[in-house]
Design a binder for this molecule. Structure first.
Ligand SMILES: C[S@@+](CC[C@H](N)C(=O)[O-])C[C@H]1O[C@@H](n2cnc3c(N)ncnc32)[C@H](O)[C@@H]1O
Length: 295
């Protein structure tokens, strides 16, 4: 065999023109590597989140952590669970309010709650409840309809810090004025202050409301169904998902509902074009309230 003449051998590093990645390509490559690392390490599949908002959230995280390149986040994700907790906070947009969009809540009072009243027991699931304001709004409406006593409300999110706030049911007192206005616009007839106790600068919702709510961690990327629900609300959550993840989440929501159960989405969300579209009919079309078909 002919021996390689090492003295004459030179490595041939060939740099082809046009082979360098563009800035955008490099960024996409780094984002993909980061999301793969998160998925492998923690099972959270952000690969199916809408890319534009995902990149904005990653940029916020880099600014806070003083990183220049997206790929610098990867070792932090892999080796530091506390870092991942902070990253999850960056990823999760928790904007919410009580009786947010009061006209919608009026429709719930007038059209959905009377239908729910025909069931002996009422199970409701708020998926992506953030800090819980929407959930307390629901509990108050059920109380006023005389239905809270036979209702059980499940409220879930993948953001544990938000869930802690929701479970405590304590909010800044300064928020109560806006919540009260929304409550009355939604058709509330009582004094809103009857529903909470104040202490210094905070307000805590009454125990009888909180007793009816079970808060729990649930991740729409990977967790399963809540069986036998009469009403599922998942508002302003799917908007952050791509079509694949929307299909997964909608499938879970669909499977959780009894036949003739109600589904409510946010005003920029729909089941149209999803795999469950044929399983539902519109109940109040402009309010994104759907009703599951019998078969
Ligand atoms: C904008 S808030 C919506 C809150 C409330 N539903 C409303 O409309 O007022 C979106 C919530 O969805 C949650 N979320 C996002 N992705 C999630 C997932 N994969 N599983 C569970 N919750 C998720 C976020 O943590 C955040 O609390």
């Amino acid at each position: 065999m002919e021996e390689v003449n090492k003295a004459n051998y030179e490595p041939q590093n060939v740099y082809l023109e046009n082979k360098l990645l563009s800035v955008i390509e490099r960024e996409n490559y780094e984002v993909k590597a980061l999301l793969d690392a998160i998925y492998k390490q923690y099972g959270y599949d952000f690969r199916h989140y809408a890319k534009s908002s995902l990149k904005r959230r990653i940029a916020n995280c880099m600014a806070r952590e003083k990183k220049t390149y997206i790929s610098e986040l990867i070792p932090c994700i892999l080796h530091d669970p506390y870092f991942f907790d902070r990253f999850l906070q960056d990823m999760s947009i928790t904007v919410t309010s009580m009786f947010r969009d009061p006209d919608l809540f009026k429709i719930l009072r007038q059209q959905v709650i009377p239908k729910l009243s025909t069931y002996p027991a009422i199970n409701i699931w708020h998926a992506g409840c953030a800090t819980g304001e929407e959930v307390y709004s629901m509990a108050i409406m059920l109380e006023e309809a005389g239905l809270l006593v036979r209702s059980r409300i499940y409220a879930t999110d993948y953001n544990n810090q938000s869930l802690k706030i929701a479970e405590a049911g304590t909010y800044p007192l300064e928020n109560m004025r806006e919540f009260s206005e929304n409550y009355h616009q939604s058709g509330g007839m009582n004094s809103f202050s009857d529903y909470f106790k104040t202490d210094n600068n905070s307000a805590t919702f009454n125990q009888n409301l909180r007793d009816k709510i079970t808060f729990a961690h649930h991740n729409l990327m990977k967790d399963g169904v809540f069986a036998q629900m009469n009403f599922v609300l998942c508002r302003n959550v799917l908007i952050y998902f791509d079509q694949i993840l929307q299909d997964r989440a909608l499938n879970i929501l669909n499977e959780s509902l009894i036949p003739r159960g109600f589904l409510m989405l946010g005003d920029r969300e729909s089941i149209e074009f999803s795999k469950v579209a044929d399983d539902f009919e519109h109940f109040v079309k402009r309010s994104r309230i759907f009703r599951k078909k019998l078969f």
